[in-house]
Design a protein around this ligand. Structure first.
Ligand code: PGA
Length: 249
């Protein structure tokens, strides 16, 4: 399985930050794993131009479930694709919290993304209160059940699942490696139960405070097939070592 190092710039980055993209490509011309950056939509096509012909892929951070229409401020999957995206992050906890995105909405977006030929990176994860209440697997099971397409259509690499504990995002805190392993094994089992043996090839990413200093340990956990990285994806000097750790894992 080809591993994936994905960076999520969130609402960060203007044209001057594109220098980081060139630096990343120069430092990792053939990284040995898949390498993806998801900038704000305003930078997508410029980043795609810089990445053209390199090992770097670019993606969106969200899309609408519909192909077009009266949806002010929204972007369709086809539009992302035209701008150069190959992937789109869907159901990130910040979208779920800031925009009240439900599992059903995330599923509709996932199907729209896949229909447009994009790889959907679907995010799930528990809050701190849910973890403390012992509800982590229950919550993630429900998110998977509601957010993922009922049937796996198209190529198995058109779907990626990211486990991102909400309390680990941007906090510098991470679950223990044992906890990461438990959740990833649970997600793998849930996907196999839902889609059959083919689901063993679906990439599972861990996300939440991944840094150069903890990346190698996280990548050694079974069923961790890459990372979704926020803050540490903004600088090539942080993201590059994470990519390198994944390539070596
Ligand atoms: P972080 O964010 O790496 O800054 O914790 C991860 C994410 O939200 O994808």
């Amino acid at each position: 399985m080809r591993k994936l190092a994905a960076g999520n710039w969130k609402m960060n980055g203007t044209a001057e930050d594109l220098a980081e993209v060139s630096a990343l490509i120069t430092a990792h011309p053939a990284p040995g794993c898949e390498m993806l950056l998801c900038p704000p939509a305003t930078l997508l096509s410029r980043m795609a131009d810089i990445a053209a012909g390199s090992a770097l892929m670019v993606g969106g951070q969200n899309c609408h479930a519909k192909a077009s229409g009266a949806h002010t401020g929204d972007i369709s999957a086809d539009m992302l694709k035209e701008a150069g995206a190959t992937h789109v992050i869907l159901g990130h906890s910040e979208r779920r919290a800031d925009h009240a995105e439900t599992d059903i909405a995330v599923r509709a977006k996932t199907m729209a993304a896949q229909a447009a030929g994009l790889t959907a990176i679907v995010c799930v994860g528990e809050t701190e209160a849910q973890r403390n209440a012992g509800e982590t697997l229950l919550v993630i099971g429900a998110q998977l059940a509601g957010s993922l397409p009922v049937k796996l259509t198209g190529a198995v690499d058109g779907l990626v699942v990211a486990y991102e504990p909400v309390w680990a995002i941007g906090t510098g805190r991470t679950p223990t490696l044992k906890e990461v392993g438990e959740v990833h094994a649970f997600i793998r089992a849930a996907l196999v139960e839902r889609y059959g043996e083919t689901a063993r090839a679906i990439r599972l990413l861990y996300g939440g405070s991944v840094k150069p200093s903890n990346a190698a340990d996280i990548f050694a956990v079974p069923h961790v097939n890459g990372a979704l990285v926020g803050g540490a994806s903004l600088k090539a000097s942080d993201f590059g070592p994470i990519v390198a750790a994944l390539a070596k894992a």
